[in-house]
Design a protein around this ligand. Sequence first.
Ligand code: SPD
Length: 342
Amino acid sequence: MTNFFGSTNLELMSSNRCNYTTQLFTLLLLSTTLLFTSVSAMTSDFPPPQSFSHLIIDNWFHERGPLWPGQSFSLQIKQILHHAQSQFQDILVFDSVHHGKVLVLDGVIQCTERDEFSYQEMMAHIPLFAHPNPKRVLVIGGGDGGVLREIARHPSVEEICICELDKEVIEVSKKYLPFMAKGFEDPRVQVHIMDGAKFMEENQGSFDVIITDSSDPVGPASVLFETPFYKAMHGSLREGGIVCTQGECVWLHVDLIGPLVKAITPLFETVEYAYCTIPSYPSGQIGFILARKAGGDVRGCKEPVREAGDDVLKELRYYTPEIHRAAFVLPAFANRAIFGEK
Ligand code: SPD
């Protein structure tokens, strides 16, 4: 089974041999050619998960990977709480010395207790406050529950569906990461352990907001960064609906983000990019692709169109209406690389 970059996972994980430039070029070609392939092709088999024990040395976890070549972020481990392989991936949870509980999938940090609120709040509240009246929301991935926790703060939302492929991520999060997994307790949440693309095929024109809270484009999450997946999300949105997806890092991945934004621009009314800072993600930053389907009065997502009540704002630690607007203001190099602007 080949992944997003056209390599096997084992080849990719052997980062010394990985030619990053070639992979990014392959990505560009794949993004274009896959535009016309069937969405059901996304559900092909995954390779057996491998162990990432080699990233733990002397009670330190070292995040090394092909998507951030030549750099590594490390956290000191207080105690390993869980380490096992599910059907899809290696799942590690540890208590760290300064970042609280940490969730790691296939050797990549997904959340730390210290800073997860930054990503989860921005991923949920940017699209939800950019929508005049969100009622049905779909989350793809997000098995830790943190994004659900944030969506649940919106009283207009009547139904929150989540499609997570790996039920063990949900179970492990409920056991060790309750500060995020409490998102599953909201009565509006409906859990579907299945492929998100298949779910969307069965739910056309259904959602006001679709949030894809994915890992990086290596292994099970790789298809979520491809154009057919955006076509599937477009089909599953209501008119004027908004997609918000994990959009990687401008310091590391503009060669991935730019071609993807370009490839999906013909599908949507608007395609925009926002970002937040977060110390425990590679290079301390992560972005979001925001794409809006035609219909309704509102264009783009840069302006919140609803007031967040004081009761909600006092609970939030990162999102404010001001940071909503500011998040779309990109450094010059990123604007040029992603949108071709001067
Ligand atoms: N480089 C890691 C990106 C991980 C993004 N997903 C995190 C899931 C948090 N709910």
